[in-house]
Ligand binder design. Structure first.
Ligand code: SAM
Length: 359
């Protein structure tokens, strides 16, 4: 059968039968970004009717506060007449729309700003074009294909969507966790070849047998490419995502479908696959490039320092009929039982910048 006629599940199973079990990164890459049937190449997965809701879709306050953050950085850079504002994985364009509506009030900002987006999903690209068309965005095929001027990057829930690999500790070393077939059904298994502990980061080397270590090489690569540009051209990257501050063991790979958890292997292309971000690893990448990483902040602390409570009060005063909705959005974004502490804010910058919102 020609491969164009196979479904993504059939394609994956055929590849496993022909070449053996595949890494979780290969499976995740195909499930999320296969050109025809990948999760992030198909329909819009965001919002109440989709599989999950992200912070910018909860309230305009999120993007607006990021708009203030970006303007402040631009001012600290000396208000360059030309700079790139890049958003990888912009979703529906909501965050950037809210951010630029606020940033537009800073004189000279919009004239200086070259908006660049990096996106795989054609349906989302169309929505970005509709929402952000007035700012004349440019979509590059490579994440680091930017001009030579200062660079400010904003990424919300982008790094968690990049493919991870998993390794399981055993007495003879670490074995990669793979996706194989048993009785015709996709299942997890272990590579027979052990990898010596010395190949693993120091923080996990002495883990107990059975421990799982996840590594996101695609995230490290993306940050390295962007970080090189930031180190050479000045600027900063702000990344918000669920994750942890220090490299550690533990399994976080998850599948979400229609607002509920699902089996990660069952329906590739139909569920969102993601993993928590190892911000410790990203801080090491940034440090190696000579960037300064701020102490990782919780979303709650970052948004509070950026003035979300005051913003919510002002919005409520201007829209008395919306008081309940605004209060609910504030809770969702900042409460520790909701997104407040699960989500973290990472920032790395170059030059003598002092990004606001951090301790
Ligand atoms: C979880 S959504 C977050 C969207 C948006 N930032 C928000 O907060 O609503 C992930 C975004 O990254 C995009 N994306 C996922 N994998 C990508 C990849 N490998 N290259 C470029 N974009 C990707 C998705 O299409 C989507 O726009």
């Amino acid at each position: 059968m020609a491969s164009e006629q196979l479904s993504l599940s059939e394609l994956i199973d055929r590849q496993i039968r022909e070449t053996g079990p595949m890494s979780i990164a290969t499976f995740m890459g195909l499930a999320l970004t296969h050109p025809r049937e990948g999760y992030y190449t198909g329909a819009d997965p965001l919002g109440a009717k989709g599989d999950f809701v992200t912070a910018p879709e909860i309230s305009q306050m999120f993007g607006e506060l990021i708009g203030f953050f970006v303007v402040n950085l631009w001012q600290q850079l000396g208000e360059p007449r030309s700079f790139t504002l890049l958003e990888p994985g912009p979703g529906r364009g909501t965050l950037m729309q809210d951010a630029l509506r606020v940033a537009a009030r800073a004189e000279g900002f919009l004239d200086a700003c070259h908006l660049q987006l990096f996106e795989t999903n054609p349906a989302l690209k169309a929505q970005q074009a509709e929402r952000l068309g007035q700012y004349k965005p440019y979509w590059a095929d490579e994440i680091d294909a930017v001009a030579d001027d200062p660079l400010i990057v904003v990424a919300n829930e982008f790094f968690d969507a990049l493919p991870i690999r998993q390794f399981v500790k055993a007495p003879d070393g670490w074995h990669e966790r793979q996706v194989g077939l048993r009785d015709g059904k996709r299942t997890f298994g272990l590579s027979p070849t052990p990898i010596p502990g010395e190949a693993m980061p120091e923080a996990v080397r002495n883990a107990d047998d059975g421990a799982i270590y996840e590594v996101n090489l695609a995230a490290a690569d993306a940050l390295q490419r962007l970080g090189k540009r930031i180190a050479a051209q000045r600027g900063a990257i702000l990344a918000i995502d669920y994750g942890y501050a220090d490299t550690q063991t533990g399994e976080t790979l998850q599948a979400v479908r229609r607002h509920g958890f699902a089996d990660a292997l069952e329906a590739p292309g139909e569920a969102d696959l993601s993993a928590h971000v190892d911000f410790g690893a990203l801080a090491r990448v940034a440090g190696d490039l000579g960037l300064r990483a701020e102490p990782l902040a919780t979303q709650r602390d970052f948004l509070s320092r950026m003035g979300i409570v005051e913003r919510a009060s002002a919005l409520a005063r201007a829209n008395p009929g919306q008081i309940e909705t605004i209060a609910a959005a504030l809770r969702r974004l900042t409460d520790s039982s909701e997104m407040g502490t699960l989500f973290k804010v990472f920032c790395a910058s170059a030059g003598d910048l002092e990004p606001i919102g951090f301790a």
